[in-house]
Design a protein around this ligand. Structure first.
Ligand code: ASP
Ligand code: MG
Length: 325
């Protein structure tokens, strides 16, 4: 069983959604869970929407709401030539829920409102992509992550309940992923990254860029054979190519090295992602969605290449103070 995660850049427009379909199509031999982010920069836009909502700037907020909605409808228009396709009423409904909510007066808890609003990005993204995959002949089941990733009520940076979550994930997804009777095609589940829910039913989020973490949590709960994060880079590089001219791809590194890189600020993987994978020895691949055949980077327990090449993390405008007795 594999877990795939596609980030915002890999689902930013109709062409990239089609590309996601092609990539998934190439891996249909075994059961799979696909974790999706919000499309393109939707999370940033929804963060601005939340700020306007909290500040009571209704007009500006409603304009931004329309922009976000139109952006998604345009993508759906291109992916679904039939204007009567049910996805359009699904999207209308999701956006209506959001509109209905933000028309009211904001509560005083910023982070609570944030999670309630910003989670819409992943919801509509998964609605569009799940429906598109079905259209493209890839049957799949859309599951709400809110009911799978159980967290505390620390809104906007919710902590996962590691006792409940694996049990809930196994009991809800297990029967679907590993059915007792032989189906024709291995099952595929689609769900939202970044979103969780409290056991009282409140929506939470796991912190920015948290979709990688979602993929790792699900992989842990389901004892996946591997996780692949599909990105707009060829894999993990030994430095940020925006800063350094000559970088090299790290073909294989250890969990330890990857944790250190993430800890010191390499932005390719969310820092919390590695721990659940390490504890179950599940390899993590980082691959390019524009060159899916290329090997990318594999992070696992076997690598002993770490010392062969230095990696560089740049931190600007910082002072390092070492204090010792
Ligand atoms: N959509 C969220 C964000 O942009 C989560 C993610 O993409 O990982 O932070
Ligand atoms: Mg992202």
């Amino acid at each position: 069983m594999r877990v795939f995660k596609f980030g915002g850049a890999s689902v930013k427009d109709p062409a990239s959604v089609r590309n996601v379909g092609r990539i998934i199509q190439g891996y249909r031999q075994e059961p799979m869970v696909v974790v999706l982010s919000a499309m393109d920069k939707t999370t940033n836009a929804l963060e601005r929407l939340t700020a306007l909502f909290m500040e009571g700037k209704k007009e500006e907020m409603l304009r931004l709401f329309e922009q976000i909605k139109t952006f998604h409808l345009h993508i759906a228009d291109e992916l679904f030539p039939n204007p009567k396709h049910p996805i359009f009423s699904t999207l209308e409904q999701s956006f209506y829920h959001l509109l209905y909510y933000i028309r009211e007066t904001a509560g005083s808890q910023y982070n609570y409102e944030y999670d309630r609003i910003v989670s819409t990005g992943e919801l509509v993204s998964t609605q569009i992509i799940s429906a598109y995959l079905k259209e493209a002949g890839i049957p799949n089941q859309l599951f709400p992550a809110r009911k799978l990733i159980i967290t505390d009520a620390n809104f906007r940076d919710a902590r996962v309940d590691w006792i409940q979550t694996p049990q809930v994930v196994k009991s809800k997804l297990g029967p679907y992923l590993f059915p007792s009777k032989e189906g024709n095609k291995p099952p595929l589940i689609v769900t939202q990254g970044f979103i969780g829910g409290t056991s009282q039913g409140f929506t939470t989020t796991l912190g920015r860029e948290g979709s990688d973490y979602t993929a790792a949590i699900l992989a842990y709960a389901l004892d996946a054979t591997e996780v692949t994060i599909w990105k707009d880079v060829p894999g993990l590089l030994n430095a940020d190519p925006k800063i350094m001219e000559q970088t090299m791809l790290l073909p294989e590194i250890s969990y330890q090295e990857a944790i250190e890189l993430a800890y010191y600020g390499a932005t390719v993987i969310h820092p919390k992602t590695l721990k659940p994978l390490l504890s179950k020895n599940i390899p993590l691949k980082v691959k390019s969605f524009s060159d899916p055949a290329a090997a990318g980077t594999i992070i696992d327990a076997h690598s002993n290449n770490d010392k062969l090449h230095p990696s560089y993390i740049f931190k600007f405008n910082q002072v390092l103070a070492s204090i010792f007795p």
